[in-house]
Design a protein around this ligand. Structure first.
Ligand code: NAD
Ligand code: ZN
Length: 365
């Protein structure tokens, strides 16, 4: 399957399928790459032992000169020290402005390697080879960056990849909890945009959880389709793109307050979506059935819809939401559901309303 991202200043393809890693040289040629260009793989300590050899071999066989750097797996590698280290590795390997960086891994590697590409010699091209389900979200759209001790993703850039190659076979080695985390963003893409995608997810949840190759390709395709539709209308997040933060206001607060790692990103966002849809009934008068259906869909992917109050207090959550860049003055902004498959950004939400919702979504494990 192939999807094309069309932006004002560039255009790039997303390839999705089973066993397509082997096709990498072909798609590089299609993108106009010549063998004289150097390629540099950036991966992490979990993914590299599983897939880097395969990628390297297929590229070397096709005639490319290939280098590689591996960083420790996990969010803690997304920092300025790693950036500097990786730029050193790029220099040592002799990458020039015609060279291409290959991000082989999940969202952490995509963001980090993408930011290396965005900053190395004022920007060189890069390719995304996502290996997590969550990365169907992060590999598309061009947001790249690293964390600062005082905030997540606060150092970054917009830098679009030259192509995305998604081999769904790599998902077979992904730990179950990471897979489930990724489904939260798939479900999010359906909930914000596409009622027919919601229905399809309901009908296919079992096969998707079992990683049926064709179904999972379809889910990624449709999820990317939503992301592409939103990003192509608002690349730099001046308006519409904010809806991609559905579930993330409470979700980010939960991740930060509970401590990173207690909840996966997807678990936190799932709880955040449950909060947002409940808040929608209060603020927009959304039908209660929409809450029931949303939570049922999340549960079908074994995602939580409540948080465990022994991890966090409402007070800390509210404080964290206030620190979030999406909260202005004392007014909270939330992406809320008007109906299944459509959302809108609502400003000026009062703290009292949020407190009520936090009461409703506490109690989970
Ligand atoms: P991740 O990259 O840390 O991957 C999760 C874990 O799975 C890691 O331990 C990794 O080593 C391992 N792993 C990855 N692929 C594997 C495979 N095929 N087999 C076995 N293990 C594998 O995390 P993630 O959930 O993919 O991404 C989270 C990151 O994405 C966060 O840093 C977040 O900020 C970022 N993100 C960015 C955007 C964006 O638009 N740029 C959007 C959403 C999330
Ligand atoms: Zn997210």
């Amino acid at each position: 399957k192939k999807l094309t991202v069309s932006l004002d200043h560039c255009q790039y393809p997303i390839y999705i399928g089973k066993g397509i890693l082997a096709k990498l040289p072909e798609v590089l040629q299609e993108a106009g790459m010549t063998f004289r260009r150097k390629l540099f793989i950036i991966s992490d300590s979990h993914v590299a032992p599983l897939y880097s050899k395969q990628v390297q071999t297929v590229l070397e066989k096709a005639g490319y000169e290939v280098g590689m750097a591996i960083v420790p797996a996990g969010e803690s590698s997304k920092n300025l020290q790693q950036l500097e280290h990786l730029i050193g590795e790029c220099l040592r390997f002799g990458l020039d402005r015609q060279s291409v960086i290959i991000a082989l891994g999940g969202g952490v590697i995509g963001d980090l390697a993408g930011f290396v590409a965005a900053t190395y010699m004022r920007g060189i091209p890069f390719i995304q080879i996502p290996t997590t389900l969550l990365a169907h979200d992060s590999s598309v759209g061009g947001k790249v960056g690293v964390n600062h001790a005082l905030g997540k993703n606060v150092i970054g850039a917009f830098h679009q990849p030259m192509l995305v190659l998604y081999d769904v076979e790599t998902l077979n080695t992904l730990p179950k909890r990471e897979l489930i985390s990724g489904f939260a963003e798939v479900v999010k893409h359906a909930l914000i945009w596409d009622p027919s995608f919601i229905k399809w997810l309901e009908q296919n949840s079992e096969e998707l959880m079992a990683l049926h190759a064709e179904k999972i390709s379809e889910a990624i395709y449709r999820g990317c389709q939503v992301k592409v539709a939103v990003v192509s209308q608002d690349e730099k997040e001046v308006g519409l793109r904010a809806i991609l933060n559905y579930g993330h206001t409470i979700g980010h607060a939960l991740e930060a307050v509970a401590g990173y790692g207690v909840y996966t990103h997807g678990e936190a966002v799932a709880i955040g979506m449950a909060g947002a849809v409940r808040l929608s009934t209060k603020v927009l008068g959304t039908d209660k059935q929409v809450v029931v259906k949303t939570e049922k869909l999340l549960h079908a992917f074994e995602l939580p819809t409540q948080y465990n109050p022994s991890h966090v207090t409402d007070e800390l959550l509210l404080q964290a939401m206030k620190r979030d860049k999406k909260v202005r003055n004392d007014e909270y902004s939330f992406v809320l559901t008007s109906d299944l498959g459509s959302v809108e950004l609502v400003r000026g939400i009062h703290e009292e309303q949020i407190r009520t919702i936090l009461q409703e979504i506490r109690g989970g494990k």
